[in-house]
Ligand binder design. Sequence first.
Ligand SMILES: CCCCC/C=C\C/C=C\CCCCCCCC(=O)SCCNC(=O)CCNC(=O)[C@H](O)C(C)(C)COP(=O)(O)OP(=O)(O)OC[C@H]1O[C@@H](n2cnc3c(N)ncnc32)[C@H](O)[C@@H]1OP(=O)(O)O
Ligand SMILES: CCCCCCCC/C=C\CCCCCCCC(=O)OC[C@@H](O)COP(=O)(O)O
Length: 256
Amino acid sequence: LSPAARFQLKIGVYCVLCLAASALAVPLCLLRHGGRTVRNMRIIKNIVKNFKYIYGLRFEATGLENFQIEEPCVIVSNHQSILDMIGLMEILPDNCVQIGKKELLYMGPVGLIMYLGGVVFINRKSTSNAKTVMAQVAQTMLDENVKVWVYPEGTRNGNGDLLPFKKGAFHLAIQAQVPVIPVVYSSFSSFYNPAKKLFTSGKIRVEVLQPIETKGLKAEDVTDLTERCYCTMRETFFRLSGMANEANSSGQGPQQ
Ligand SMILES: CCCCC/C=C\C/C=C\CCCCCCCC(=O)SCCNC(=O)CCNC(=O)[C@H](O)C(C)(C)COP(=O)(O)OP(=O)(O)OC[C@H]1O[C@@H](n2cnc3c(N)ncnc32)[C@H](O)[C@@H]1OP(=O)(O)O
Ligand SMILES: CCCCCCCC/C=C\CCCCCCCC(=O)OC[C@@H](O)COP(=O)(O)O
């Protein structure tokens, strides 16, 4: 097989795996919990945690103790690829839902299992709709003691840097007055690069950073909080990826 064909095959197998595992997990979740609840995430996590063995991926996680807080929080992490879902499930704390684009809901069993796991779907093309949904999430996370995982770049980005952050996650944290916990995954580029049709086994370093408190912060502090988080995560990304010098280059660019 050519490298391109091998790459396509591995991605194809990943999609089939996700579809098949979701089709298996749907009845398990329905039988165990009867419907849509964050408790289904445990079932999903236990299944997805095995995917890494198929692809020879190894995770080295540090700072997991930073998840051990009683209150809800907003977890923000970098987003490089559809493979991030494996890294997400590797360290996902209990009672944690993700924010996802609404298009994911239409991926057959994969959409259904995300729905059953409590994923909150937003319409990225409508800021006002996304804001309304996020405001409801702020209330729910307090009422039900739920953590929320957001990809603040708002889209996948495998170019070896972080995209400027969108502000939704930080509005959410300030509205709910809960801490932000940044999580950074090292660059996949040494083992996964769609442009070069590269997809081999590899090691991913992941660091859960210390919570950033938001108590007392107001809407006008969102930009500053976003920038602080971005700078810390970008520095950590370069350090974990062995690209320490890059951290001194450009900072948080204009919002997209
Ligand atoms: C068993 C086997 C299973 C197999 C596998 C299957 C499933 C596994 C199960 C679960 C895994 C789920 C994994 C899900 C992954 C999902 C990944 C994604 O989909 S990423 C894409 C979606 N997510 C996001 O987009 C989040 C990040 N985006 C944002 O936060 C955005 O801010 C936004 C809320 C979407 C709005 O977008 P916009 O482009 O308009 O952003 P800006 O940030 O520039 O904001 C514009 C303007 O509005 C103000 N603003 C923003 N948000 C708010 C708010 N909540 N309240 C008030 N104001 C807000 C912002 O400040 C800007 O104004 P200003 O410039 O004046 O400051
Ligand atoms: C009957 C319908 C059949 C549909 C077939 C769908 C086949 C695809 C099956 C499995 C794919 C597994 C996806 C795992 C979920 C990962 C979520 C994810 O990473 O979404 C990307 C999103 O964050 C950002 O999207 P963009 O980068 O803006 O784009």
